[in-house]
Design a protein around this ligand. Sequence first.
Ligand SMILES: [Zn+2]
Ligand SMILES: [Zn+2]
Length: 837
Amino acid sequence: MADYNPQEIEAKWQKRWAEARVFETEADSTKPKYYVLEMLPYPSGTMHMGHMRNYAIGDVVARVKRMRGFNVLHPMGWDAFGLPAENAAIKNNTHPRVWTNNNIAEFQKTLRRFGFSYDWRREISTCEPEYYRWNQWFFLRMLEKGLAYRKKSRVNWCPKCCTVLANEQVINGGYCWRHEDTLVESRELEQWFLKTTAYADQLVDDLKELEGSWPERVITMQRNWIGRSQGAKLKFAVADVKGAPPIEIFTTRIDTIYGATAIILAPTHPLVAKLLEGSPNRAEAEPQLAQMRQTSVKTADLATAEKVGVFTGRHATNPFSGEKIPIWVGNFVLMEYGTGAIMAVPAHDERDFEFCRKYDLPIRVVIQPRTGEPLVEETMTVAFSEDENGVLVKSAEFNGLSPEEAIAKMTAYAEKKGFGKGEIVFRLRDWGISRQRYWGTPIPVVYCPDHGLQPVPDKDLPVPLPPNPKLTGEGESPLASTPEFVNTTCPKCGGPAKRETDTMDTFVDSSWYFYRYCDPHNDKAPFDPAKVAYWFPIDQYIGGITHAILHLLYSRFWCKVMRDLGLVKHNEPISRLFTQGMIQKGGVTMSKSRGNVVGAIDMAEKYGADTGRLYTLFAAPPEKDLEWSEESIEGSWRFLNRVFRLIDKHGPAIRETKNWNFDSKGMTDKERDLIRVTYQTMQRVTQDFETRWHFNSAIAQIMELTNDIYLAEPLENGVRPEIRKEVLQILTLLLAPMTPHIAEEMWEMLGNTDGLWNAPWPILANKQLELAKDNEVEIPVQVNGRVRATLRVPADISEADIVPKALAIPAVARHLDGKRIVKQIYVPNRLLNLVVQ
Ligand SMILES: [Zn+2]
Ligand SMILES: [Zn+2]
């Protein structure tokens, strides 16, 4: 008798796997490929159990696929650049590289301790020059294609990060994604951008390829973020000034045009002066206008600033209705945006609502909600701006349309009549990648006094980070204050020049890292396209919903750029996406800052990795949040002990037995029952793994099977050795993807010498399928198609035998009273239907 000793067993099998190079993969055209990947971690602090779920799920998938004959690529690496490393280095007076590499060592130790089946030869770390040189290489390709450009722009600046943030990194209406208590400021800076908008259409259209295999929620979030809408430019003629050109406005809600009750111009609109000439309102308006031009509203304050306006005394003609509406000037309309003029539709736009209420302009509802109370102009307190649940009213021939239909029809109408033009607009902006910090990829361009901006030639890549920067977290970029980095020569003339000192947003690193795993040590190119063609697209990607926009959108953009560079052939990098739930403790997500973490290594030392893995898979379905419970871990631990004892007890007697193809003739009832429940469990677990990812229910089934085996104890009474072995061996195989170490050990205890890693996933042959069948089935009995009763009968009972049994049921007989059976339909093991007249 041996006790279950996970520490010993886990070390033993991890060593064997490494020696046998079980998880090392190469392209192999004789096998179907399967690329499964968990999002690469940012190595900071120590790994806790909140991190482990993602990896446990990925590892089950990788191991099941290997057992099912796939050539599986399952790599791991580190998202190693980024601000926390720099900040920690400043705080602890060390180098970001030292801090980062210490964390990587810690993370790697933890993942190895849990026995995840990674091909460690493919490990990458994005802060190494052999990786980031390819960020620089891609940047230069984008520069050549006009997809990377520099412009002066208003940027989001986090005063705590001391750097610029992408729009995607400004959250909760104006706060830093990393500092949720810090309001982002607006600054004017010269910045590098990647032209994500060049692919805006494809980024929306190709979402169709992902429907059904990406979570609906993620697709919706991406679609909304890109925000493609049909806009229109429309001309409103000026009604009461001879010779005035028409006012052009831009709108994305042409469907509301019958509700327009004013035109509002920017204070600097060129037409304002002409409109005021000879206007009865001139004397009153001019001083107010002068005031408005002085205190122009900044973009950042648009939503909150007090709205101020003045009437010009003139009117414009609504091109749809012919109605004359007043022309105003308003401080919240900017010349830099659109055409510098808008139509005010107060009933359906919050900003217009506020303005029109203040100046007593009429409010007219032209979209009514399809359900609920109709809107009443006099009592409205907010605009109704939803467009999904509405229907057009007071809009002449367009009444009854949905806003979406109306936008298409009315745009076409405006084009036909010659007073408007459709224009597709996007919410998506280009990706600002400049960061004024040290720990990132240097942007590979130099500035020559004579030749201006010059790209660094490919042969001079990588542009490495200077090894010993002065890091203060204040003032200008650390690279700018490192003369040996800044001062260089111009690639064109050889004269003195200065390097760009911005580094790249770290989301650049993670936008293409999964391609590098296919060819991680290539020093001639980012990867060999043939290797990528074999492995891509990724069959299964697993990570948190928090990456629904940033990382996944940038990755999709990068893929399309690479496709247009001829490096890859696919449109989308990721076939299937799974977003796992979080691990919580005390009702909140486990995180170091909340102080509610359970250390992963502590967990492995106390119970073993297999118990930790089993628990995270068993405690909840993988897409749901999981509340940590010490009691349930004890339960998982006890279960593994129970299985181990079973194998330990029976192993010696059946080691030498051959179980495969055992003779099923003359089986006892006890044998038949045991085999049936084993095979049925196997079928259900296979389904749970393959189609539904119900790992928790798979484990519950395996626990039940274990109970059934215990109930049949002593097995040696009435169960032949080959059947005992069959049952215990299948139990072991079913556990292998989730608790691989104990499964290997038990496999060996059952007399197998060649390692469970070589064993295929058990699939039933025809003969065994028979044995998996229930000996009794429940059959619904219908009369004229309506179920009146169910009948428990032996499986495969004949029609002649089942009909009399059905007729004997009172609930059935009652419906036959005085009628005649004209037809009986019997589907064996499924249903019986009696048609009566
Ligand atoms: Zn910040
Ligand atoms: Zn030069």
